[in-house]
Ligand binder design. Structure first.
Ligand SMILES: Nc1ncnc2c1ncn2[C@@H]1O[C@H](COP(=O)(O)OP(=O)(O)O)[C@@H](O)[C@H]1O
Ligand SMILES: [Mg+2]
Length: 273
């Protein structure tokens, strides 16, 4: 099994630290009450280290998005504790410690690409633009290789390009953690493959920690250092697989038989749950 290799950060993560980025302990999430009660997450403990790329996989409706939303302070857990660099999700949200990217890019259709990337400066924290936490929107666009499209409108872009704008918008606040909920799930396979490689480049350059939800086992193996397998609802962690692949992952690795073998291993872990 591979040692987990920390990417060399160039942009904003602190170098050389093996700090815990995310610590989840005894997380339970129950929605509703009475006979409408749904226990989504039963008992989840998970630590994610700074700079790690971790994917969450599990059957549809098992609670992947719910777990990501607990980290993002969108949902309060019914029981258990979530710490982001030792702080509550609420404090981490206000400090812009994390950003989230969803399956739909949710861009403002009447605004240009650049204005869309600048949006986080206009909402929430008023003094962000002047703080050292902010990255120039142009630089964020360069990071996703869209610097030539600053003045374009979202409708002029392909689905894959729109997702790249959403990633640039998430990066512009220099988050230490990027939470991604099936960000490439609506794209066709070829575009997804290209964006997978680009995301890894960004991850290395930025030195950010990524928690990535996907229903594609193949994508999870290709991208991650660790894959967390969630059981069916009420979900717990069925197992965690350390991915055994070279740390440099290029497009030709997509067809590597080692990926197929690890996908099969994940599938049997999913079936067990
Ligand atoms: N706000 C909510 N209110 C009630 N039930 C919810 C809510 N959000 C999610 N659920 C339920 O919790 C379970 C887990 O949902 P979700 O986290 O979206 O699953 P996944 O992302 O793994 O497909 C599902 O049964 C879903 O219907
Ligand atoms: Mg989901």
């Amino acid at each position: 099994m591979n040692r987990v290799v920390q990417p060399k950060p160039e942009y904003w993560a602190e170098a050389g630290s093996a700090a815990s980025a995310i610590q989840l302990a005894g997380i339970n999430v129950t929605f509703g009450s009475g006979n409408k009660k749904v226990e989504a997450i039963a008992n989840i403990d998970l630590n994610v280290s700074q700079g790690e790329f971790v994917s969450l996989i599990g059957h549809s409706g098992c609670g992947k998005s719910t777990l990501l939303r607990v980290i993002a302070d969108i949902i309060k857990p019914t029981r258990g504790s979530a710490l982001i660099y030792g702080e509550s999700p609420d404090m981490a949200r206000r400090a812009r410690t994390f950003s989230m990217v969803f399956q739909q890019s949710v861009l403002m259709p009447w605004s240009t690409v650049l204005e869309n990337v600048r949006l986080p400066f206009k909402v929430g924290s008023r003094n962000l633009q002047s703080s050292s936490q902010a990255m120039d929107a142009v630089e964020a666009l360069r990071l996703v290789e869209l610097d030539g499209f600053a003045t374009a409108k979202p409708a002029e872009l392909s689905g894959g390009m729109r997702q790249r704008v959403a990633i640039a918008r998430a990066l512009v606040t220099k988050p230490r953690i990027l939470l991604m909920d099936e960000p490439f799930g609506a794209l066709d396979e070829l575009v997804r493959d290209t964006l997978n490689v680009e995301l890894l480049k960004i991850w290395r350059k930025a030195g950010t920690t990524i928690v990535f939800v996907t229903h594609s086992l193949h994508e999870a193996v290709f991208l991650s250092q660790r894959v967390v397998v969630m059981s069916r609802r009420p979900s717990h962690i069925e197992g965690i697989m350390e991915v055994d692949l070279p740390s440099e992952r290029t497009l030709d690795l997509k067809d590597d038989p080692r990926i197929g073998a690890q996908v099969a291993q994940l599938r049997s872990m999913l079936d067990a749950g």
